[in-house]
Design a binder for this molecule. Structure first.
Ligand code: SAH
Length: 347
């Protein structure tokens, strides 16, 4: 255990400016070397200590000796035949594997990052749930998915979504630290509007997030129109009920004046009727928000994707409401990289 902590503490990617300044001082260097290191790692994305030429050789040697730069190593990249989508398989320094998905759409290049190895939440329609919970990722392991992929492609990644493996709000602090590093003007410099954190709705964490005043976009996986229906497909509703969730999103709106996006996975004959659409409209009421309907991506299990006609009928029904409705036709389902299909099946 202490070996693992030591290894994670010695990873440079994931450290804040203050941590790198302290590290420089502890290595008998001026504090401003910390800023140079920060700039080299996050802004210039230099991928080895040897190539950080702004630092004195003696400091570079010390870094080489005591620290690792990348907490991840890339194992495999799989391209979709039907979409401009790529799935990346990474290994952590402790041996576990995670996946990230890169999606190209016009000018937008979106990276979907994982936040945990496996997931504890057990949503019945999600492949990641079948892995169980293995461990939390550090901020560095989250950020490195971006840095490693950025370095291997020609285009600039324009958007980050925390929608890969895991439940971000059950790894709250590391996820927030990673989002802050993505956003840092002196580093990766992605606008907070281009960073989305998605949660199943961990109520105390949504409150905390609202109180801390973060500007990243928040998405909430609602997936049901009433408590007993949601409970059947998302056991987490036992602790975080649908009514409490809606109240908490109201709280978030009042505190931040920001709209959340409700995600709604459409499952045939489970939550896709016109009655469900009407219940959803009533449940949301006047709450300012967006709704993103995700037609189910099939994985092993009892669920089916509704027909296109049924999807359209559901969407048309909620289109007459006050909120904005969009449909997310997931990318890369042929390589199991659609929403809810990440499960590290390959090695
Ligand atoms: N745990 C977080 C982050 C993952 S985001 C969350 O649930 O919000 C993944 C999104 O894909 C969630 O909205 C989830 O409800 C949805 N999803 C899960 N399994 C799916 C599947 N098989 N098909 C379509 N969407 C799925």
């Amino acid at each position: 255990m202490s070996e693992i902590i030591k290894r994670q503490n010695s990873q440079i990617i994931g450290m804040t400016l203050a941590e790198l300044e302290n590290l420089s001082e502890e290595s008998n260097q001026s504090r401003f070397r910390g800023r140079q290191l920060f700039n080299s790692v996050y802004k210039q994305k230099i991928d080895s200590f040897e190539n950080i030429k702004t630092l004195p050789i003696i400091f570079r040697d010390k870094l080489l000796d005591k620290y690792t730069l990348h907490p991840l190593s890339l194992i495999k990249k799989t391209g979709s035949n039907t979409e401009l989508t790529q799935k990346y398989l990474f290994k952590l320094s402790t041996g576990e594997k995670i996946e990230s998905v890169l999606m190209y759409e016009d000018k937008r290049v979106t990276l979907c990052v994982s936040t945990q190895v496996g997931c504890a939440v057990d949503c019945k329609f999600c492949a990641t749930a079948k892995m169980g919970f293995i461990k939390n990722l550090t901020a560095g392991e989250i950020i490195d998915q971006y840095l490693m992929i950025s370095n291997s492609i020609d285009k600039k990644i324009t958007n980050i979504v925390f929608m890969g493996m895991g439940e971000p709000f059950l790894n709250y602090q590391q996820v927030i630290n990673a989002a802050i590093l993505f956003n840092d003007k002196d580093g990766i410099n992605l606008s907070s509007k281009r960073i989305t954190i998605s949660t199943v709705g961990i109520i105390p964490k949504i409150k905390r997030y609202s109180e801390e005043g973060h500007k990243f976009k928040l998405a909430i996986s609602l997936n049901g129109s009433y408590q007993s229906q949601r409970l059947e497909i998302m056991p987490i509703s036992k602790t975080h009920s649908i009514d409490d969730l809606i109240k908490t999103v109201w709280y978030h709106y009042k505190k931040t004046k920001k709209l959340v996006t409700f995600e709604y996975v459409l499952l045939s004959n489970v939550n896709d009727s016109i009655l469900d659409a009407n219940r959803l409209i009533d449940l949301i009421g006047d709450l300012p928000c967006k709704v993103n309907v995700i037609p189910y991506n099939e994985i092993e299990g009892p669920f089916k994707r509704p027909s296109v006609q049924r999807i359209n009928e559901f969407v048309n029904q909620i289109n007459n409401s006050k909120f904005i409705v969009t449909v997310r036709w997931s990318k890369g389902t042929d390589i199991n990289s659609g929403c809810g299909q990440l499960a590290v099946l390959e090695s």
